[in-house]
Design a protein around this ligand. Structure first.
Ligand SMILES: C[S@@+](CC[C@H](N)C(=O)[O-])C[C@H]1O[C@@H](n2cnc3c(N)ncnc32)[C@H](O)[C@@H]1O
Length: 292
């Protein structure tokens, strides 16, 4: 594909250090949607921040919103301070303002992390980043590489989405089509979009303990009791739908998920569906502890 679809890992790769600030608004809306869907939880792991300084790594951090929110929600340690490192391939996401205790590092999730990071983190957060590693095998390898960075007794936390509409097609025909476009475009680029349901077993098979999974449905449009967050969620999803519908239109005929005329009308029809019916964007949060 000459022009990768907006917000796909290929798009982020090509965006590199170009200005990606247009994406921050969408990611912020998703962040608050995920948080609402998980009843305010950003930290699923029972890591005690009050007893000692903790080191956390947020992979594919974008503008570090998850880190900044977690930092301001946890207790301060008795001495010293918690440290957060956020990595991303696109440094133009990184905030210009300095926040004490937070640093940003350019790092591709597919590359081996710095040797000095081995066994050094109490927590690693991988939210909506693993697909950027590529195939299912590559995503699993990335998880295993990041487990090496966790201290014995430390935690890995993954957040990823199913990329399948969770409600019946009769209820959300256009949301089904949006996910069909997402899957088709990802698959055409060698990315496996349906790995989230396997991630719990990846952690178990990697030897992690206390592995748990929780699903959280981000409510969009009419489904959201918070009318403003629902409205913003529609805008964010329409950006995704537009990007992936355009990407799907550029696929070979055999890989196209829908006829061109349906791809052309997807965004408008989806807008109506989300405003009149609403939809759920399905997330999974999975976490586990590295044995002592
Ligand atoms: C969907 S956003 C998720 C951002 C954040 N983790 C969150 O949950 O809100 C994906 C992020 O991963 C970054 N990214 C994409 N490909 C990457 C890669 N190969 N290595 C590291 N970061 C990458 C993008 O720049 C973007 O900030």
């Amino acid at each position: 594909m000459a022009n990768p679809a907006y917000s796909t890992p290929e798009w982020y790769l090509q965006a590199k250090d170009r200005d990606v600030s247009s994406d921050i608004g969408r990611l912020t809306i998703y962040h608050f949607g995920f948080k609402q869907a998980a009843h305010g939880t950003l930290l699923f792991v029972p890591l005690d921040f009050s007893s000692a300084p903790r080191a956390a790594l947020d992979v594919g951090t974008a503008d570090g919103l998850w880190m900044r929110e977690v930092q301001s929600s946890v207790s301060a340690p008795p001495a010293g301070e918690h440290s957060f490192i956020g990595t991303d391939i696109n440094t133009s996401f990184f905030p210009n303002t300095v926040t004490k205790g937070i640093t940003y590092v350019k790092q591709d999730v597919k590359d081996p992390p710095p040797e000095a990071w081995r066994n050094s983190f109490d927590l690693i957060n991988l939210r909506m980043i693993l697909i950027a590693a590529g195939s299912g095998a590559a995503q699993r390898a990335a998880v295993n590489e990041h487990i090496k960075l966790v201290k014995p007794g430390g935690w890995v936390q993954i957040g990823d989405c199913d990329r399948i509409c969770p409600t019946p097609e009769s209820e959300n025909p256009r949301y089904h089509e949006m996910f069909a476009c997402i899957r088709a475009v990802c698959e055409a680029s060698g990315l496996d979009p349906l790995e989230a349901s396997k991630m719990k077993s990846w952690l178990i098979e990697a030897g992690l303990e206390e592995v748990e999974e929780r699903t959280a449905m981000r409510a969009v449009g009419k489904r959201n009791e918070d009318v403003e967050l629902g409205r913003l969620g529609v805008e964010a999803d329409l950006l995704i739908a537009q990007g992936f519908a355009t990407g799907a239109k550029g696929l070979n005929a055999s890989s196209k998920p829908l006829p061109d005329e349906r791809l052309d009308s997807l965004v408008q029809d989806l807008k109506t569906e989300l405003n009149e019916v609403g939809a759920y964007f399905p997330m999974r949060f999975i976490w586990g502890r590295k044995p002592f």
